[in-house]
Design a protein around this ligand. Structure first.
Ligand code: COS
Length: 384
């Protein structure tokens, strides 16, 4: 077994680490308070190529592979989670359908714009009646000649307000649904009948917006079906394959945040004095640090292994769900322990710990709840 991270990825990792320290961390609190990322920082992310991590070089991306992408996310999530979110949906679930199943024309048209960061992509699956039960979407696309007429309402769509392109899942055959009756469309901002609705109010992840997307007799040429005519009805499979990858990278995001919380906790425990000595000398605090470090170590090994498997071309449905489940649950336990080690200060908005605690709570929900991950894992384990 070779546990070395390739030199090129290590260099990328160091570049991102420096970028986080120099450009992102100093404004992490500002992003929290203003609920927005300054445009000049988004431009710096473009300049670093962060919008094209997963996109092949022929389309202007960095083509880092799954492991490379995970390493970048791990660094980026050591600061305000909104920064990763700004590029993550575009690199991941927003554009992956086009990368996996799009026609040559769609790839030529959209991937270079997404890779450069000129365009942001989002992924529109969730609806009020279709959260975990993704197959129950009500948004419908009815064919009229060479056009589909899209009607419905999506919600909780990350980056919906800044997206120039949305991967939208809609029912094209009510009887068949998940097996031949759901189609993925590439819908451009500005298409008549497509509007952004309410920006939803959330517990955390300020600086990254989730929105409603509304489709009101939105007419789309068949050419906007991701994958073209032959992919009509095949969108659920596309969405699930997109989510497999998304779930792996969510593991990396949770891991980065957990590592940051451990680092902060160790520093704090060494300098915080109570009863005449640093609290790091107390066994109860040591136990918490030891558990945090051990879980992070385990999470990192499974994440890198699953990412490596995917880069070898292996199917990682089960592993991706295991990574999402373990890493996000682990990070929430770590966040809880970090708040405990920081005590009253961990509950204060003056320090980043309480922000991590709130932001991480979402990780167990979006891109598939922990319960859905267990369902997928159990199905894969018991499959004949
Ligand atoms: N890769 C390829 N194909 C897949 C797949 C995957 N990972 N998962 C499912 N499919 C295919 C199945 O193979 C099946 O087709 P066949 O019977 O022809 O093989 C079809 O899709 C339907 O799958 P399934 O029967 O598993 O559908 P269910 O309705 O039972 O739903 C779950 C499956 C629960 C896993 C799905 O609805 C899900 O992931 N829900 C969570 C959605 C989510 O993560 N939402 C977050 C918001 S989006 S950021």
């Amino acid at each position: 077994m070779d546990y070395e991270i390739p030199e090129s990825l290590r260099l990328m990792q160091e570049t991102i680490r420096r970028f986080v320290q120099k450009d992102l961390e100093p404004i992490s609190q500002q992003v929290e308070e203003e609920d927005r990322i300054p445009e000049e920082v988004v431009q710096k992310m473009r300049d670093l190529g962060l919008f094209g991590l997963a996109i092949p070089e022929e389309y202007g991306g960095l083509n880092l592979g799954t492991l490379g992408e995970c390493l970048v996310y791990e660094e980026l999530t050591k600061t305000n989670a909104a920064f990763r979110s700004r590029i993550g949906t575009s690199n991941g679930i927003g554009s992956l359908g086009i990368l996996l199943d799009g026609t040559e024309e769609q790839q030529q048209k959209y991937l270079p714009r997404i890779a450069s960061g000129e365009w942001t992509a989002c992924f529109a699956l969730s609806e009020p009646e279709a959260g975990s039960d993704a197959g129950n979407i009500q948004t419908a696309a009815v064919r009229e000649g060479d056009t589909f007429v899209l009607n419905g309402r999506k919600h909780f769509i990350t980056n919906g307000d800044v997206a120039d392109l949305a991967t939208v899942l809609a029912v094209t055959d009510k009887e068949k649904r998940t097996r031949g009756g759901i189609t993925a469309f590439a819908v451009e901002k500005g298409t008549p009948g497509f509007t952004v609705g309410t920006i939803e109010r959330k517990m955390g992840l300020r600086g990254s917006h989730t929105c409603e997307l509304i489709f009101d007799n939105c007419r789309l040429p068949v050419a906007q079906v991701i994958g073209g005519e032959k992919m009509i009805g095949q969108g659920f499979r596309t969405a699930m394959r997109v989510l497999d990858k998304g779930r792996l990278t969510m593991g990396a995001c949770a891991l980065g945040a957990a590592q940051k919380l451990l680092d902060l906790s160790v520093d704090y425990a060494k300098q915080r004095v109570q009863f005449g000595q640093p609290i790091a000398r107390f066994q109860s605090v040591q136990n918490m640090l030891a558990d945090m470090g051990t879980e992070i170590y385990a999470a990192r090994q499974m994440l890198y292994h699953a990412a490596w498997l995917r880069d070898q071309g292996k199917t990682v449905i089960k592993e991706a769900s295991m990574v999402k489940l373990f890493c996000t649950e682990m990070a929430c336990r770590v966040a809880d322990q970090a708040v405990q080690i920081f005590g009253g200060m961990g509950y204060m908005k003056d320090l980043p710990v309480e922000r991590f605690y709130r932001d991480l709570r979402l990780y167990r929900i979006f891109e598939g709840t922990s319960e859905i991950q267990r369902l997928v894992i159990a199905r894969e384990l018991t499959r004949d």
